[in-house]
Write a protein that binds this ligand. Structure first.
Ligand code: HEM
Length: 417
């Protein structure tokens, strides 16, 4: 016998999604007491899933595909057209390997070295000045680091503009009106710029090292043996640069955590080994809101826990809610890095950057980079500089996707140490 999927009444709940944001799925999961429920979004039936067992099935390629999952407006801002996010099967695996080939230990080490140098340079600048908005500065550092590491030339007089463009693509995710338009424009400009870079690399006018993202992506052969069209290659190179800039948001939340939980700093500084720093970063990725959910389409009719999922149905996997799921986390609403002590990892319960396998599934290609750069940056903030946090609006809006501290986190009286 089949079980009925709990169903939310009403014609459409897109407006509720926009007004509840990160809490949209968790609110309904609580209310309906179910890790699966049906609603309507953007005029279509949608099934929402939450929790570890749901993630396990969501990341099973036999049952889900990504083609047709992302709404047009997301492709026009955050993702771009014809990128890895929308590929399935062998095409996806082939493209994914290209991304993962960038993530060797040597290359990660190089990115870390670049980033440490940039933090030190910036901190020296901040010492001379008055106040800075940490979010903006962190994004700029990440943008400089990303381009240098990836072999993408970034003229000094374009740094601010390019950083803003990457930032706006990310910020547009749940945006309507002006925020959406800014994100769309930012993508158009950014793609134009990066397409030029791709062409220059192909024609030998730019010669980045053969292990850089710019080179690897420009020269990548598709399964049919041909190079990607320049527009698609640009989308993929942006898929490396933009999310590195996104790490700035986690750094801002890290600074907020240091401010809200003053005993953290001492623990970070006192720990001889790097374990506390690693636990801190994991808890930042679990606790603070960034990616709210991800989507896929049912590939063929199948049964899950006696629920019938029908081919072609849009399915939303709750990322934020799974990281805060009361069945998986003790006191989920408490910020406690110690919960990750001795933690062995689990592919489906802790999914801030997607779940499952990096190679065969859609799990984030940049998870190692993210963890490393967050660690490096938090270690710099605590170990290599001191600063004060003036009175400001440190709240963040859980309805906004993605969200940020209202003030952007202002710091002052920066001193190197
Ligand atoms: C995919 C989050 C950083 C590259 C994803 C997904 C999420 C995510 C939620 C989708 C998972 C899914 O749909 O199943 C984040 C967050 C980041 C971050 C919160 C930190 C701020 C990075 C970095 C890179 C990167 C630094 C690369 C340098 C990618 C790529 C994909 C992806 C290429 C597509 C993977 C695929 O479709 O197979 N990320 N990410 N991300 N991410 Fe990240």
């Amino acid at each position: 016998a089949y079980r009925q999927i709990p169903k939310e009444k009403g014609l459409d709940h897109t407006l509720d999604l926009l007004s509840e944001g990160f809490h949209f799925v968790p609110n309904r999961r609580d209310h309906l007491q179910s890790n699966i429920f049906q609603t309507r979004l953007m005029g279509k039936k949608a099934i929402c899933l939450s929790g570890q067992e749901a993630a396990r099935v969501f990341y099973d390629n036999r049952f889900f595909k990504r083609k047709g999952a992302a709404p047009k407006r997301v492709k026009k801002t955050l993702f771009g057209q014809n990128g890895v996010q929308g590929l399935d099967g062998e095409d996806h695996k082939h493209r994914k390997r290209m991304f993962l080939s960038l993530m060797t230990p040597d290359r990660l080490q190089e990115l870390q070295t670049i980033t440490q140098r940039l933090w030190a340079q910036k901190a020296e600048e901040w010492e001379k000045g008055d106040q800075v908005v940490l979010f903006d500065e962190a994004e700029e550092i990440m943008c400089r680091a990303a381009c240098e590491w990836a072999g993408v030339p970034l003229p000094e007089n374009e740094v601010k503009q390019r950083t803003t463009e990457f930032s706006r693509m990310i910020d547009a995710f749940g945006g309507t009106g002006f925020r959406y338009k800014k994100g769309k424009k930012a993508r158009e400009r950014s793609e134009k710029w990066i397409q030029q870079v791709i062409k220059q690399v192909r024609y030998g006018e730019q010669q980045p090292a053969p292990y850089t993202a710019a080179y690897i992506i420009a020269m990548h052969s598709e399964r049919n043996g041909r190079k990607m069209v320049a527009a698609a290659a640009a989308v993929e190179l942006i898929n490396v640069l933009r999310p590195i800039v996104a790490i700035g948001r986690f750094i801002m939340f890290g600074a907020l955590a240091l401010h809200d939980y003053p005993d953290l700093e001492e623990k970070l500084l006192n720990t001889e080994n790097e374990e506390y720093s690693r636990m801190f970063v994991q808890e930042l990725r679990r606790y603070y809101p960034f990616a709210p959910f991800t989507g896929a389409v049912v590939r063929k009719d199948f049964l899950w826990n006696k629920y019938r999922l029908k081919k072609g149905t849009l399915v939303i996997m709750d990322i934020y809610g799974t990281n805060h799921h009361p069945d998986l986390w003790e006191d989920p609403e408490v910020f406690r890095p110690e919960r990750f002590r001795g933690w062995e990892g689990h592919p489906f319960s802790f999914i801030p950057q997607g779940g499952g396998d990096h190679y065969t599934g859609h799990r984030c290609a940049g998870e190692w980079i993210t963890i490393m750069l967050m660690k490096t940056s938090m270690e710099f903030l605590t170990g290599h500089m001191t600063y004060q946090v003036p009175e400001q609006d440190l709240r963040y809006d859980m309805a906004r996707m993605p969200t940020l501290v209202n003030s952007g986190f202002i710091i002052e009286n920066v001193k190197a140490r």
